[in-house]
Design a protein around this ligand. Structure first.
Ligand SMILES: O=P(O)(O)OC[C@H]1O[C@H](OP(=O)(O)OP(=O)(O)O)[C@H](O)[C@@H]1O
Ligand code: HPA
Ligand SMILES: [Mg+2]
Length: 185
């Protein structure tokens, strides 16, 4: 699905990041990660469902052996603001003891999800826990999150596409677009 296929859909505003911009930035981040973890075993933890696209593209751009595991947490429900409560919907299969863990996320908005998740994963005795997030909204942050790899800092607007949803829609959009405010205000 691309912009032309959703043209008649008034819910989606203009493209914010194109497919190419996303791919280029992920390639740069992958090069950095490859260097930083050279010679070390690496476990990528994707946070379902939003991180599916980032995880798939980043893991392939890394061009090295990695293990991939998934966790599902949710704090948004069907709205556009965090409920403030993080729930584990699916836990990891992997034992993190002694592992180098890189959490892969689509977006850091309030920071609640990742601040909660990093402290949860750190309690499992890993060798290290770092975060890689494609997007971050500096103006929306409510909790400090120490992110090692960030794709783009973006303004405080609700965005969809490339894994990001509004009420479970638009995740399969190739680009990232802003959601028209009339949809949720
Ligand atoms: O920084 P925060 O304010 O916590 O927001 C970021 C989180 O919110 C979204 O997930 P959501 O909980 O909506 O579930 P989803 O990934 O299944 O869409 C997004 O994918 C991040 O995981
Ligand atoms: O801007 C957003 N879009 C979609 N999902 C989200 N989860 C947190 N922020 C966002
Ligand atoms: Mg998510």
């Amino acid at each position: 699905m691309d912009a032309s296929q959703i043209e008649g859909d008034l819910a989606v505003d203009q493209t914010f990041l194109t497919e190419q911009q996303i791919a280029d930035r992920l390639a740069e981040m992958a090069a950095e990660i490859r260097r930083d973890y050279e010679g070390q075993d690496l476990l990528l933890v994707g946070v379902l469902k939003g991180a599916v696209m980032v995880m798939a593209d980043l893991a392939r751009a890394l061009d090295r052996d990695v293990e991939m595991d998934w966790m599902a947490v949710s704090s948004y429900g069907s709205g556009t603001t965090s409920s403030g409560v993080v729930r584990i919907l699916k836990d990891l299969d992997a034992d993190l003891t002694g592992r180098h863990v890189l959490i892969v996320e689509d977006i850091i908005d309030s920071g609640l999800t990742l601040s909660w998740l990093t402290s949860n994963l750190r309690s499992r005795k890993p060798a290290s826990v770092e975060i890689c997030a494609l997007l971050r909204k500096p103006d929306a942050l409510q909790m400090a999150v120490d992110v090692r790899y960030v794709g783009f800092d973006i303004p405080n607007a609700f965005v969809v596409g490339y894994g990001l949803d509004y009420d479970e829609r638009y995740r399969n959009l190739r680009q990232i677009a802003t959601l028209a405010p009339h949809v949720y205000s």
